[in-house]
Design a protein around this ligand. Structure first.
Ligand code: ZN
Length: 322
């Protein structure tokens, strides 16, 4: 009786061993993980390594002996709600902060950013489901912590057409009020925008540990081009959001700003971060925490989303279909 592997199994095993060794040596040499991990879902695009892999110290990586799993395995995907028709646009709503990260907290009434963002995200979802024109998924539907890469990772993995991260601002000056919409730019539009980016990006550094792992490996030319297209769509949605939501939500005067926000870094998903108001301002915090305020914000956001996709369909010339 012949004992051992068939030739095919041996070749496969050798190939896997080689891949593992090549991967290990690239990791040890400091190459970003996303350069060596093929995306499980999309041809031609690369996906960021899951946070737990990227943040693992290099010393321990020599123990990898199996091929790296596709990124989707590290990510638990939320349910997609709304029409079953997969041709309907998919919007991913991200309630900022959560779990051990409360976000900003109002000093007077104790309202916490993580609670109002969740309530607003749920209100937006409910409003969108009412009209049934788009599909919706929430990155979190409970008081739960997600690293920033998981948030946009969910949108990418679900092939979302639009990603909206919901937040509430804070400032030392507690009279500051009103909503702002942020889109991605490596250069902040002003000092306040730069400070906001520093604050929001800090979510991954709580307890002194960088939970998000690598940050600057999304830099190949291919991704750059896709990202530029996504950024253009993001900017047009940001303007639309301000226009459509202004009757329901008080905005600041310069309401559209740019900042290098980690949560907006999906290269292929149009994304905005909506600071719905100032949690540090007691009147704004009360508005954001009220059912009425949440319903108003939801109405404005849903209107903008519907106009956005109606426009896209018209531009494609198949407006009658969608
Ligand atoms: Zn925030």
């Amino acid at each position: 009786m012949k004992f051992g592997w068939t030739a095919k199994a041996r070749t496969l095993h050798k190939r896997r061993m080689f891949q593992s060794l090549a991967l290990a040596s690239m990791i040890l040499s400091g190459a970003p993980l996303s350069a060596v991990i093929p995306d499980g879902g999309r041809a031609g695009m690369r996906f960021d390594a899951p946070a737990h892999m990227a943040s693992r110290p290099a010393r321990r990586l020599h123990s990898i002996t199996v091929p790296i799993p596709p990124v989707a395995r590290g990510l638990s995907l939320p349910p997609v709600e709304g029409p079953r028709d997969a041709s309907r646009p998919l919007v991913v709503i991200d309630a900022g902060h959560g779990g051990h990260d409360p976000g900003a907290v109002n000093r007077e009434n104790g309202e916490r950013e993580k609670d109002v963002t969740l309530a607003i995200a749920q209100a937006v979802r409910d409003q969108l489901l009412k009209s049934g024109r788009v599909r919706v998924a929430l990155t979190r539907n409970a008081d739960r912590f997600l690293v920033l890469q998981e948030r946009y990772g969910i949108a990418r993995k679900l092939n979302a057409d639009l990603f909206i991260s919901i937040h509430a601002d804070s400032a030392d000056n507690d009279t500051a009020r009103g909503a702002t919409v942020y889109t991605l730019s490596e250069t902040a539009s002003d000092r306040e925008a730069a400070r906001l980016a520093a604050r929001e990006n800090k979510a991954d550094f709580l307890n002194g540990v960088n939970l998000g792992g690598q940050s600057n490996d999304v830099s190949s030319i291919l991704i750059d081009l896709t990202q530029r297209e996504s950024m253009n769509i993001s900017v047009s949605f940001a303007r639309l959001l301000q226009r459509e939501a202004a009757p329901y939500v008080p905005f600041r005067s310069a309401a559209h700003r740019f900042a290098s926000l980690m949560v907006l870094k999906a290269p292929d998903t149009p994304s905005v971060l909506f600071e719905t108001g100032y949690i540090s301002n007691t009147a704004d915090a009360a508005f954001l925490a009220s059912k009425e305020g949440q319903a108003n914000i939801a109405k404005g956001v849903a209107r903008a989303i519907e106009v956005h996709f109606a426009r896209k369909l018209t531009m494609r010339g198949d407006g009658a279909g969608g």
